[in-house]
Design a binder for this molecule. Structure first.
Ligand code: SF4
Ligand code: SF4
Length: 294
């Protein structure tokens, strides 16, 4: 079995984690990473810091630029793994046309039914946690990273869970500064992944879907996906028993008012090395139901 430190040193990523396969036990087949490579032995989660400047234009309201939340280019790591004699299947949430709706053989998941939660795997790998707003956070970068996942038949030692305590300090800035009041300050669910306990605020997913404050639709399975029309209770779409992590179905909110509130709070409470603070002006915010005045 390859040591995770040795594996990490070979890669040029800010975050490298290997969740234990047992941390996915109990997930529905479509959310289990081995559904994309049933003979895989290890799941690898990779992360790259997103440059702070990628949020600047949205923070100023000067230009609609949205940082993507998923890594999509795995060429180097896949070649590195293949050069050592193993195979590797990278995963990206996708909307491929004409994917079969039924499994190709018994015991497999239907190709159009695969919806892995990369954030779930990242927490299970000890890389970070899900914050109160439902987005993945790390101690190093707050919410500013994009994530990717791959499955390989190379056996890699799982990473240990961090014992450093919580990252989200429940400041509630994300809820207070949501112009649509979509994140409840009083209703929350507790959520556990691989022994890590987290507290997630109840979210009105429909409001996020129509939020004009920096939300980005990055896949049919995310913004605009049908499940967003439903209510999310206890991390599940009400009346639906398949999904274990419904917040993965929310649109990309990294640069939305809630995400930027979290960045501003993270920067106010952590050393980041930037000379200029992230938040220079009062945060702006629109509501879809307000009068436009023009
Ligand atoms: S803004 Fe505060 S409460 Fe919200 S996720 Fe970030 S740290 Fe947690
Ligand atoms: S996406 Fe918009 S509506 Fe949803 S929590 Fe963030 S700021 Fe509020």
């Amino acid at each position: 079995m390859k040591s995770v430190d040795e594996f990490r040193k070979q890669l040029n990523y800010d975050l490298v984690g290997v969740p234990p396969i047992r941390s996915f036990e109990g997930l529905p087949p479509g959310e289990h990473p081995l559904s994309i490579f049933p003979d895989g032995k290890s799941v690898v989660v990779l992360g790259q810091r997103i440059r702070r400047g990628d949020f600047r234009a949205m923070e100023e309201g000067s230009l609609w630029q949205n940082p993507g939340r998923w890594l999509t280019d795995f060429d180097n790591v896949v070649r590195l793994i293949e050069d050592q004699g193993y195979e590797c299947v990278p995963y990206a949430p996708m909307d491929a046309a004409n994917m079969p709706k039924r499994p190709v053989r018994d015991g497999l998941c239907a190709p159009n039914g695969v919806r892995l939660s990369i954030e779930h795997a990242a927490v299970a790998a000890g890389l970070g946690e899900i914050g109160y707003h439902g987005m993945f956070m790390t101690r190093q970068f707050g919410i500013r990273q994009r994530l990717g996942l791959l499955v390989t038949d190379m056996e890699i030692e799982p990473t240990a869970m961090s014992k450093d305590g919580v990252i989200c300090d429940a400041c509630m800035e994300c809820a207070k500064l949501c112009p649509l009041k979509s994140i409840s300050m009083t209703e929350s669910d507790s959520f556990e992944i691989n022994g890590k306990q987290m507290r997630l605020g109840a979210i009105n997913a429909n409001a996020c879907r129509s939020c004009p404050n920096g939300v980005c639709g990055d896949s049919k399975y995310f913004a605009g996906a049908e499940e967003l029309h439903y209510e999310i209770v206890n991390n599940q779409i009400k009346g639906e028993t398949r999904s274990k992590f419904a917040r993965g179905g929310l649109p990309n909110r990294l640069a939305a008012a809630c995400g930027r509130a979290c960045i501003a709070h993270y920067e106010a409470t952590h050393k980041t090395g930037y000379k200029m603070p992230f938040r220079i002006h009062e945060p702006w915010g629109f509501r879809p139901d307000e009068e436009r005045g023009f």
